[in-house]
Design a protein around this ligand. Structure first.
Ligand SMILES: Cc1ncc(COP(=O)(O)O)c(C=O)c1O
Length: 339
């Protein structure tokens, strides 16, 4: 059980800020700042995964799949683990998280801090070994465990369809023309894409991005492009209008460019969501710097790729996700020299 209070009321209704990515077109670019989910939590706050952790646990409790005394178990390399650990522990469940032993230090600390048990798996064995280890644990005592399973659970895309899509539609007064998100489980792009397609009557282009090579360092994005072509059930490619491929180098460069651009200048807050503007300003920076996680940098790179291809008009309104804050990656080369 966690010693830390977890305020689930801070999940959803995250702020939208207007960022200048130095594009050729005059398109307006908004970033949705997902670390305002559980923003007061230690180790970099929450992330885009706070949404689905809540959605999946709420769904399981409502269906009676998750009951008092159960142990919640999830194989995950990061944010989903820390968010499930925080929420499920605070709700009184025991939690076990299976992680590769090279997971970002900030994510491991968040899981540990939530009071969850961690099963580390040798990262050299690949991510399948992480999932297999969780399946072995469950098979040994099937009645004890509930596995949310972010790769198959319809509440993953479903939560985004109900919340993220509506929030973006409302915060842009229905003017959003492009939604850009990375593909990990595919829950964000599939659910938000479905919701926005319906709310805008097809008026918003749904753009999913993936790393351009199998061995990359963009945390949160599984590799779907070639090779084994892993397509989780939570990913529905038919929702997408377009795919972009982003290099790790571009993702890191764009993340650093965002930090440099807003080092001395405040970021305009387009919509504070459920927070007041003062709280948003206060929690946008860490150590005085606007640092974002790697997939946020990749999102900025994907938006820039659309612009460079000449596909953004001056009156377009683009929304991409800042999935998490950069300080949980303090032990990787992206930010170690700054934090
Ligand atoms: C930091 C980060 N960015 C992006 C994603 C991708 O989101 P989704 O799994 O909804 O496709 C994840 C998911 O793990 C993540 O942790």
């Amino acid at each position: 059980m966690s010693d830390h209070a977890v305020d689930e009321s801070t999940i959803f209704e995250t702020p939208l800020v207007e960022v200048d990515l130095g594009l050729r077109s005059d398109a307006t670019v908004y970033a949705k700042v997902e670390w305002f989910n559980l923003y007061a939590a230690p180790h970099g706050g929450g992330s885009v995964k706070s949404r689905i952790a809540k959605g999946m646990l709420d769904g399981a409790e409502a269906r009676g799949d998750l009951e008092p005394g159960d142990t919640v178990i999830e194989p995950t390399s990061g944010n989903t683990g820390s968010e499930i650990a925080r929420l499920a522990s605070a709700r009184g469940y025991d939690v076990e998280i299976v992680m590769p032993d090279n997971a970002a230090g900030g994510k491991v600390e968040a899981v540990r801090d939530a009071g969850a048990e961690i099963h580390f798996v040798d990262a050299d064995l690949g991510y399948d070994a992480v999932i297999e280890r969780a399946e072995e644990l469950i098979a040994a005592d099937p009645d004890a465990y509930y596995r949310p399973n972010q790769y198959e659970n319809p509440d993953n895309p479903g939560t985004h369809e109900r919340t993220t899509a509506r929030e973006i539609h409302e915060a842009t007064d229905g003017k959003v023309t492009h939604f850009v998100a990375g593909v990990g489980t595919g829950g964000t792009i599939t659910g938000t894409g479905r919701g926005l397609t319906e709310l805008t009557d097809g008026g918003a282009a749904i753009v999913g991005f993936e790393p351009d090579e199998p061995l990359h360092a963009i945390d949160g994005l599984k590799y779907l492009k070639t090779g084994d072509h892993y397509h989780p059930d939570t990913y529905d490619e038919s929702v997408l209008d377009r795919r972009e491929y982003v290099s790790t180098g571009d993702a890191y460069d764009r993340a650093r460019a965002l930090r440099d651009r807003y080092q001395d200048e405040a970021i305009p807050i387009a919509d504070p969501g459920q927070h007041d503007a003062e709280t948003v300003r206060e929690h946008l920076r860490v150590g005085g710097q606007f640092v974002v996680g790697t997939s946020a940098g990749a999102g900025a790179a994907a938006v820039a790729a659309l612009d460079e291809a000449g596909d953004l008009a001056d009156d377009d309104v683009v929304v991409f996700m800042l999935c998490d804050r950069g300080d949980k990656y303090a032990d990787i080369p992206l930010w170690e020299e700054y934090l």
